[in-house]
Design a protein around this ligand. Structure first.
Ligand code: ATP
Length: 346
């Protein structure tokens, strides 16, 4: 089902939680809503579900305006971080719940419900556990039951609000891969809320990056990581450092000195952003230089933390990836040069 969000605004009292959000989602897309706490992700999800009403704007499911539709009529599958499975019901009864409570006219016959539950158990890899109660399952298994339960009603759209947020890192990673496969098989239009950028990049067909109630950028993982369109997106997705610069005659200057980077366009001030891995250690006299304050070993590489003096102010603090065999020690002064960067003009 296509979902179109048109100029949605949501105020809680005087507080604008969402400003003028517009998105066109194609049927079958897996969309990550990514942003820091308070950016409006859950509010947007609740509006799609019909649990909140917008202050202005419209949401369409396919061609149909959902404004007049109740939560039930929207026919949506939900999974929340702390999804309350019914504790007194078995796994099978939990999954069947949404079908069993339907009015008689639309309720499938008992045999069909059993079959659908069996298929869903298979789909979420929980066959054999149908008679267990939620307390007898791991956190990851419970969330898979929650997903099967959401899928049982054959939802038009699936809404997942930090579904793995309460699970430990390893289980979370496994479930992420599993969810991706599950989505590829079932093909439901899915909105997935997360504040974990790795999760968003790995899972989503497109990532909607949100900040302070606004959409900052919408794009594939490659788009938002490789070509971020704002300082916020650059620093929120992946590691980054930035320094204030000026452009004069197509040359970038830092603290009044050229740093071997050219940039076309008008003269003026800006902020130069780059990632730790996009930096080369270099003896070039026009490079940036600073003092190594700490070194961190990662699996295949090393990160040097560098302070660049800033007269009369706190030093600029940057992170630079260095090869394992590079002679970089705490206290040493090193010169380096961004090999890829983005300059945001002021
Ligand atoms: P988190 O990752 O912490 O869940 P979020 O991005 O999902 O954050 P929302 O829960 O959508 O953010 O909240 C967006 C803003 O709207 C926040 O500032 C929040 O305090 C406010 N807000 C949300 N619900 C209400 C409400 N019912 N009444 C008043 N303000 C609210």
């Amino acid at each position: 089902m296509d979902v179109t969000i048109k100029n949605i605004r949501k105020e809680f009292g005087q507080f604008p939680a969402l400003h003028d959000i517009s998105l066109s989602i194609r049927s079958g897309e897996l969309i990550a809503l990514l942003g820091p706490s308070g950016s409006g992700k859950t509010t947007l999800l609740r509006l799609i579900a019909g649990l909140e009403q917008p202050t202005a704007g419209q949401i369409f499911f396919g061609e149909e305006d959902a404004s007049e539709k109740t939560v039930q009529e929207r026919h949506i599958g939900f999974v929340f971080q702390h999804y309350a499975l019914f504790r007194h019901m078995t796994v099978a009864d939990n999954i069947a719940f949404g079908l069993k409570v339907r009015p008689k006219a639309t309720r499938p016959p008992a045999g069909e419900i059993r079959k659908r539950v069996a298929d869903l158990l298979d789909m979420v890899h929980l066959t054999g556990l149908e008679k267990r109660y939620p307390a007898q399952l791991s956190g990851g298994q419970r969330q898979r039951v929650a997903l099967a339960r959401a899928m049982a009603i054959e939802p038009t759209v699936l809404l997942l609000d930090e579904p793995f947020g309460a699970l430990d890192a390893k289980v979370r990673k496994e479930l992420r891969r599993w969810l991706k496969e599950f989505h590829d098989r079932t093909g439901h239009t899915t909105f997935f809320v997360t504040h974990d950028q790795e999760e968003a990049l790995e899972l989503a067909d497109r990532v909607v990056v949100m900040s302070q109630g606004k959409v900052e950028q919408v794009g594939s993982a490659d788009d938002v990581y490789d070509t971020p369109n704002s300082p916020f997106v650059f620093s929120f997705i992946g590691e980054s450092s930035h320094i204030p610069v000026t452009v004069r005659d197509n040359t970038v200057l830092f603290q009044g000195e050229p740093i071997n980077i050219s940039e076309q366009g008008t003269d003026g001030a800006g902020e130069l952003f780059f990632r730790p891995q996009d930096v080369a250690i270099s003896d070039d006299k026009t490079s940036l230089y600073g003092k190594v304050t700490a070194c961190r070993r990662l699996a295949g590489t090393r990160i040097a933390e560098i302070d660049i003096a800033n007269e009369g102010h706190e030093p600029y603090h940057l992170e630079v990836e260095v090869p394992l065999d590079a002679p970089v020690a705490v206290g040493a002064e090193i010169r380096f040069r961004p090999t890829r960067w983005k300059l945001f003009r002021k």
